[in-house]
Design a protein around this ligand. Structure first.
Ligand code: KE4
Length: 429
């Protein structure tokens, strides 16, 4: 007898490639059948049979205030009653732009897009237009969305399907993308010695979240900043995931680095389709209609997304918001480590602000892509399904990070730790 989710998945596959509108949702990384979600509220998502799951995916980051957060829903309802899209400027876009520039001092001008992919694709075009150079550098295991230049040795769902470099990207195009090992100062230095003055930009996740969560060294970031400045290379921090997640000022505030450009997504739309790219005025003034780098979007700066984001920022900027979020993550991970130790299961973890990652490895906490790929993905899959059976929803891939929301309660955290204890007990060889 097939389950409701199996029936829904079969139905979805009739007219949707792989039954999903984004590959990582298909559970390729963990096996089994995806859970079809009907609704969500606070820290929980509910499947079509109203089974509740404590959610640590949060739509891959946006739901930092939990699902259906009343002030955000109210803002969207009011916006909807005023009309859905005008294709003309609105004061709400200005409010969001002002707020982003106020919170992130490295940004003087910012343009809204409809996804993180559009944001990073546009940022690279601007860097190329500003420098007149073609080559770009990314890092193995980092994922910046699915634009052609960036689907080279990328992370996230590409690792689940075992295709870190996408088919369909012309070699002529991919050749302009150099890929370096993440968090490797020697490789970085060698690349600049050879190509420094040919590089338009370096783009990276300042804290990686698409090869699970990896926090690079301060020295890596300082070296990167120095070399980019020395060679006139645009340093792009892709903070689509880390922006307003690891702290109000994002990863750049944590490391004390001023990138030349920053990309955002996820949280700034409070769950509606939004991305953004911004940076130094001198660079962003290359963007049309001011400059010759064209970039556009019918629904960019959509009023519903902007008014949701405005409501969301009101909560994020409350004193103590991120400290409370980080305390919840620390409490949860402490419980995981205690339970794992009790059952002799080797796990490591990383966390900052409302973002965390768990690794099944006997070794040290991974510092780069190679070390991360040596972690036990099969053990993660077993843990994932065990937790799912206990009503805990983690990211369906060993290559993804996890996210806390302000709405996760002490009861949620204790239930999650108790579930992990039960699952670890079953995992003992
Ligand atoms: P979107 O185009 O999916 O809005 O953003 C692309 C993107 C860009 N940069 C970073 C650092 C990202 O993490 C992402 C998207 N993240 C994945 C989760 N690892 C989205 C989930 C999915 O692909 O379905």
């Amino acid at each position: 007898m097939s389950t409701k989710n199996e029936q829904l998945f079969l139905q979805a596959k009739k007219h949707i490639p792989g039954g999903v509108n984004s590959p990582v949702r298909a559970f390729a990384g963990v096996g089994g059948t995806p859970i079809f979600i009907q609704r969500a509220n606070g820290s929980k998502i509910y499947d079509t049979e109203d089974n509740a799951y404590i959610d640590y995916v949060g739509s891959w980051g946006p739901m930092i205030l939990g699902h259906a957060y009343p002030p955000v829903i109210e803002a969207v309802k009011q916006a909807a009653e005023d009309g859905l899209s005008f294709g003309a400027p609105t004061p709400f876009e200005t409010t969001i732009a002002d707020k982003i520039c106020e919170i992130v001092p490295s940004i003087e001008l910012v343009r809204m897009t409809n996804s993180g992919t559009e944001a990073t694709m546009s940022a690279i075009r601007v860097a190329r237009g500003y420098t007149g150079r073609d080559k770009i550098v990314k890092f193995e295991g980092c994922y910046h969305g699915h634009s052609d230049s960036l689907l080279v040795k990328a992370g996230s769902g590409m690792l689940d399907i075992g295709e870190p470099t996408s088919k369909g990207v012309p070699a002529d195009f991919a050749k302009h993308t150099l890929t370096l090992p993440y968090n490797d100062i020697d490789a970085l230095t060698a690349c600049f010695e050879k190509f420094g003055d040919e590089l338009a930009c370096i783009i990276l996740e300042p804290i990686a979240g698409n090869m699970n969560m990896i926090i690079p060294s301060n020295e890596f970031h300082n070296t990167l900043r120095e070399l980019c400045t020395k060679h006139g290379v645009v340093l792009i921090f892709d903070e689509v995931m880390t922006g307003f997640r690891v702290g109000l000022g994002g990863a750049q505030a944590h490391f004390g680095i001023d990138p030349d450009m920053t990309t955002f997504g996820k949280i700034i739309g409070a769950g509606l389709p939004v991305g953004a790219f911004g940076g130094k005025r001198e660079i962003m003034e290359c963007v049309a209609p001011l400059g010759g780098v064209y970039q556009a979007g019918t629904l960019s700066g959509n009023p519903l997304a902007m008014r949701a984001g405005i409501a969301m920022f009101k909560s994020l900027t409350v004193d103590g918001f991120y400290e409370a979020l980080s305390d919840k993550v620390s409490y949860l991970l402490e419980g995981f480590h205690k339970a794992a130790e009790k059952h002799g299961i080797a796990i490591r973890s990383n966390h900052l602000g409302g973002m965390f990652g768990i690794f099944f490895t006997e070794g040290d906490t991974p510092q780069n892509f190679d070390e991360m790929t040596k972690c036990d993905a099969n053990k993660f899959a077993t843990f994932f399904h065990g937790m799912l059976e206990e009503g805990i929803y983690l990211a369906p891939s060993a290559f993804e990070a996890a996210f806390m929301s302000s709405e996760h309660t002490q009861q949620d955290l204790d239930a999650t730790i108790a579930a992990a204890d039960k699952v670890f007990a079953k995992m003992v060889d």
